[in-house]
Write a protein that binds this ligand. Structure first.
Ligand SMILES: O=C[C@H](O)[C@H](O)[C@H](O)COP(=O)(O)O
Length: 291
């Protein structure tokens, strides 16, 4: 797969994991090397998604939440492989209902796969939601919102009896902020963004928090809900236990949702380059399986 064929993502998102670390971040890798690394990443995403679906999407599940990002298409692909009979009485709830610039959106995926589409206001209790993540720590806290979808994603995660994360090996870290450099995505109502930025700079310990700017459009990124996104990096001390800072940010007036999901996931599936899948569970256990 060529780079141009890869899922598009918002420009602030770093492509972690394909830099030649030994040669330094500025090293220019050959197109062949980059392509090889990227296809390894895609294979890892698919491996994680397929295994998670096999373990968690059961015949008795009727309402299924589908997150957003470039890993989730593989979730839908595997669910479709369960067959027409398995899916005919199921309803799938996407995180994104409107069409948007992002390459893969869950509504389009569901419709194109001829699965039944529903919304969370009709189905406020979801059997299982599967979603990607920008980074996941040892306690299954995660950063989400690299694609500015974290408000709807958190609603679907919270509505779910079981919330499962799927990602490639680059997202599996000890502490949040290890590979994911932009910081914590924060959705804010537009008129309050300067006040929230000031709160983050002066009171909450994120001097480099900044408004996410669009690249192929003038001005800031606007979320599917018509809001702005702030990216706020925090030091490792705060990220060791992200719940307190998540709660503090959420208390700021003008903040709609914080892209820190704490104590929500039951398990996280990471596809590895060697064809294995690492499964981290909320009970603290980790296993490695070969699907
Ligand atoms: O806003 C975007 C979502 O939180 C995505 O689930 C997250 O950014 C992970 O996306 P990907 O699977 O493309 O890395």
């Amino acid at each position: 797969m060529g780079i141009s064929a890869l899922p598009t993502s918002l420009p602030v998102r770093p492509v972690v994991g394909i830099t030649d670390v030994k040669a330094g971040a500025e090293a220019v890798l050959s197109p062949k090397t980059v392509e090889k690394a990227l296809s390894a990443i895609e294979s890892s995403k698919r491996l994680a998604a397929y295994t998670a679906v096999d373990h968690y999407v059961k015949p008795e599940h009727r309402v299924i939440g589908i997150g957003s990002g470039s890993t989730v298409p593989y979730v839908v692909e595997r669910i479709v492989q369960q067959g027409v009979e398995a899916n005919k009485d199921r309803v799938f709830i996407p995180t994104v209902l409107a069409l948007s610039v992002s390459g893969f959106q869950s509504k389009e995926l569901i419709v194109e796969s001829r699965l039944n589409l529903g919304d969370v206001d009709q189905y406020p209790v979801i059997d299982v939601t599967l979603d990607g993540a920008d980074e996941v720590d040892r306690s299954l806290n995660c950063i989400k919102g690299g694609g500015a979808c974290h408000l709807r994603e958190k609603v679907l995660a919270e509505a779910a009896k079981t919330f499962i994360l799927v990602a490639d090996y680059r997202k599996n870290v000890e502490y949040l902020g290890t590979n994911w450099q932009p910081g914590v995505p924060i959705e804010v109502v537009p008129f309050a963004y300067a006040k929230v930025l000031s709160n983050l700079h002066n009171s909450l310990g994120s001097p480099n928090a900044s408004l996410r700017m669009a690249v192929k459009k003038a001005g800031p990124v606007v979320s599917d809900n018509g809001n702005f996104i702030i990216d706020a990096p925090f030091d490792q001390e705060k990220m060791k236990d992200p719940y307190p800072i998540m709660a503090q940010i959420k208390m700021l007036t003008g903040v709609v949702e914080v892209g820190l999901f704490c104590h929500m996931a039951e398990a996280a599936y990471f596809g590895n380059q060697d064809g294995t899948v690492t499964i981290k569970r909320s009970d603290g256990s980790t296993t490695q399986v070969t699907p």
